[in-house]
Write a protein that binds this ligand. Structure first.
Ligand code: HEC
Ligand code: HEC
Length: 469
């Protein structure tokens, strides 16, 4: 039965226990809400219905057999520990000399979301620090710190000092709702310690980032560029206070600027480059895209044995990229519940959808299973100024120090099941969905204010809707 809105009176409502409780007068009218056709299928035909700890780790069910085999190998390259060279397993050696983790899954645990370390010195929790100094290179990319490069590596091979480590303190920030309820947010403050290779540049820019969940990334890649540019409104010509700006970033393979889609600032153009960048930056594994070892300036890396040049073959790099593209998207839970549907309406009403765009279609793509799918990622992949509070003060190609990519919200309600925490935002500072919303500012200020002006029951419905994604 396809219903738009159906008004029903008190008598009919009597079968729906929830409403009897909140019913105030006999002549109140209720709207029976219905989900859209196919709404539960967040990733179209790639959707997976599983609510176990493995919910993010399934291959898209519509993947063909050949790609299924690539996925299988990619999966093992993603999950297994890489080892230092020389080793008997030449396909997986070359770790370091500096690194943050021994495997991709060290940070993307169960293909899920990283978090800030809980104990001092905890390694590979999934939070890393990008480093840069003001200015850009010939391709428009950030300039690395002269001593520490583009990222702090807090682990190293035997016999070599790590670059250092970071301790985190939190400043409390109290936010009070118009109804008098208040929430204490925590803002992270970082201290860099035990720096082994000299000091950081005086003008150092530090950008903390946690590992994203890996679901549906190929679908995001398969959204036609025209669709994403259609969401953009760089000069805010419709005057809604929300601009939406595409990032254009350097694509190493084509040696040209391309629309950025991946990373917290849409700072990577393709999954392959994102993956190759992770192999080098996070694990010290060279590839044909990035051939040069990441080496401290005082060390001669030629004296350290490596795993060949490149350390990961193109064939294996492609398999990890394929794997990263084809993890299925979790289907919705409870999407037919009236209170969840009301939460969805509230999400629209307070204009969260201006950036977290619910629904779009993918176009043609080199992986057939991802083509022409109706997907519900809740993002525009564009950059938005989110205000001073969230700023990392690190520009990244077109992104300013206050701009971030609208985070896709699909799967977000399952992070707790998969990763055992509910921490959100680019640096994991928000301890739950409510805190994440309350950090919104800048272009999202009026939407945040509208959320804060809702009565507490409605705020809960909106949050429960996000949990059902
Ligand atoms: C040290 C932790 C760490 C390791 C190890 C790591 N990643 Fe990541 N990953 C991150 C972080 C942090 C981001 C966000 C990066 C950014 O915003 O620039 C990310 C982002 C990504 C993205 C983009 C996700 C999105 O939503 O845009 C992909 C794909 C990815 N990583 C794949 C990999 C692969 C493949 C490996 C192994 C070769 C790997 N990662 C290893 C931390 C890690
Ligand atoms: C102006 C664009 C914009 C609007 C409007 C907006 N958001 Fe966001 N949202 C973002 C961006 C950008 C991020 C990532 C910010 C970061 O990580 O620092 C984000 C992150 C989030 C996150 C955390 C996601 C994650 O994976 O960590 C949640 C939850 C969220 N938004 C919910 C909402 C809700 C609810 C509303 C409406 C009240 C809303 N957003 C309105 C742009 C927007």
């Amino acid at each position: 039965m396809k219903l738009d809105t159906l008004l029903i009176k008190y008598m009919v409502v009597a079968v729906m226990g929830v409403f009897i409780v909140s019913c105030e007068s006999d002549d109140t009218e209720y709207t029976l809400l219905t989900p859209e056709d196919g709404e539960a299928f967040s990733g179209g035909e790639t959707t997976v219905f599983d609510i176990s700890q493995n919910a993010f780790g399934f291959q898209a069910p519509n993947l063909d057999t050949e790609n299924g085999l690539f996925f299988f190998t990619g999966n093992s390259l993603f999950n297994q520990n890489w080892v230092t060279a020389p080793a008997s397993t030449t396909a997986r050696d070359g770790l370091g000399p500096l690194f943050n983790a021994r495997s991709c899954s060290g940070c993307h645990f169960k293909d899920g979301r990283g978090r800030a370390p809980i104990t001092d010195g905890e390694l590979s929790s999934g939070l890393l620090f990008r480093l840069s100094i003001p200015g850009t290179d010939e391709f428009g990319a950030n300039l690395p710190d002269p001593n520490y490069g583009g990222q702090l590596q807090d682990d190293s091979i035997l016999g070599l000092d790590t670059e250092g480590h970071v301790t985190i303190d939190y400043e409390q920030v109290v936010v009070t709702y118009p109804d008098g309820n208040s929430v204490t947010l925590q803002k992270p403050l970082y201290t860099f310690e035990n720096l082994s290779y000299g000091s950081l540049a005086a003008s150092i820019q530090i950008s903390p980032r946690v590992a994203n969940q890996m679901i549906g990334l190929g679908l995001l890649d398969a959204i036609p560029e025209a669709t994403l540019l259609g969401f953009a409104d760089i000069s805010d010509s419709n005057g809604d206070g929300i601009s939406g700006k595409p990032n254009y970033v350097y694509d190493v393979e084509t040696q040209s600027l391309k629309l950025g889609r991946f990373g917290w600032k849409s700072n990577q153009p393709t999954l392959k480059q994102q993956v190759a960048g992770a192999f080098l930056g996070d694990m010290g594994i060279t590839s044909s895209l990035f051939l040069e070892e990441n080496c401290p300036p005082t060390i001669d890396c030629n004296t350290i044995s490596n795993g060949g040049s490149p350390e990961i073959s193109d064939e294996n790099l492609d398999k990890v990229a394929l794997y990263s593209a084809t993890l299925g998207v979790p289907g919705r839970r409870n999407h037919e519940d009236q209170s969840i549907l009301q939460g969805k309406e509230l999400f629209e009403q307070v204009n969260c959808i201006a950036c977290h765009i619910p629904k779009m279609e993918t176009g043609s793509y080199h992986i057939e299973a991802l083509e022409n799918q109706t997907i519900r990622p809740y993002t525009d992949l564009l950059l938005h100024d989110m205000g001073e509070g969230l700023a990392d003060n690190t520009p990244d190609f077109e992104a300013t120090g206050k701009e971030w990519r609208t985070a896709p919200l699909w799967g977000i309600g399952l992070i707790e099941t998969v990763n055992g925490h509910t921490n959100l935002l680019h640096d994991g500072r928000a301890r739950n969905i409510e805190e994440a919303i309350l950090w919104h500012d800048g272009e999202a200020a009026s939407s945040k204010t509208a959320f804060m002006n809702l009565i507490v029951e409605d705020r809960t419905k909106l949050i429960d809707f996000i949990k059902s994604l």
